[in-house]
Design a protein around this ligand. Sequence first.
Ligand code: ADP
Ligand code: MG
Length: 364
Amino acid sequence: MKVTLQNLTKIYPSRSKKESKGVVAVNDFNIEIADGQLVGLLGPSGCGKSTMLNLLSGLQKPTGGKILFDGDDVTNLPPENRGVGLVFQSYALYPHLTVKQNITFPLENRRGKDKLSKDEMNSMALEAAKLVQIESLMDRKPGELSGGQQQRVAIARAIVKKPRILLLDEPLSNLDARLRLQTREEIRRIQRSTGITTVFVTHDQEEAMSISDLIIVMKDGVLQQVGKPQEVYDNPGNLFVAKFLGTPPVNTFDGYVKDGGLYIGEERVLDAAGVEDCDVNVAIRPEGFEINPQSAFTCTVDRVEVMGRDISIVSTHEFSHNPLVRSIIGSENVNDVTEGNVKFDVKKNKTCIFRKDTDERIFF
Ligand code: ADP
Ligand code: MG
């Protein structure tokens, strides 16, 4: 199912004098999600992700704007008529019901011509359970399951009704690191095999990048960028997006463009022919450095971290925004790093510059 958001806005009423205008949790969002996509909705805590999901599900009403499902305006439809499957961070399973009863629960309240027989419900529950590989646990209670298994039950319950859209709100945050990795692959697999348009909310950029067809980056309720993970990583539209994606994070510096060159301090690091003189923020990915003793860009080595295939040179630079600059280079270069200074060439395709005054990306 295709999802379209038009000028979608949600303002929570203010509860104190300090927020006299209310909290703008979603601010004039316009976006289109193609059918069958797994979309990662990514942003820091408090940026409006859950609000967005609640608007999509119908649990909350927007202050303004529209939501279209396959072109139909669903903005005023109640949740039960939207065909949404919801999975929350806390799973929200019924503790006194078995796994099977939890999964069939959304089917129980169908009335009239939609009413299902016990056999129909059981076979639908089994189908959903098989998809998430918990069919052997049907008679257990949630308290007798691991966190990962509980999460699978929650997903089975969300997909048993064959929703048109699956909405997952930080579904992995209660799992330990290994299970998080496993479960995110699982979600990818389930999404692929069902083809259900899915919105996966997370504040973890690596999680979003690793499984999404498309990522939507938001900040303070405002859409920052939409694109395929690699595109957004390679071509961040602004400094926030550049910094939010990537581990280790991008290195940022105060810089300026002068006479067709990009400078950090006195050091000319790249050619920037055709760009007008201005102050910029420079963002260089950790993999954007190459040791070259003849180069101008000079950092002071703090330490070298060996990571096997690569090494990470942790250094300092006067104009770096962060205390430390992280560069990742092939381990064959480990002998080129000595105490004191290290000189780098900077790769242009791993460097982005943003105007200081407008935060606008400058292509060069
Ligand atoms: P996220 O899920 O990205 O952490 P939320 O959508 O939960 O963000 O919240 C977005 C903003 O809206 C936050 O500033 C939050 O404090 C505020 N907010 C969320 N729910 C309510 C509510 N029911 N009433 C008032 N403000 C709210
Ligand atoms: Mg949230």
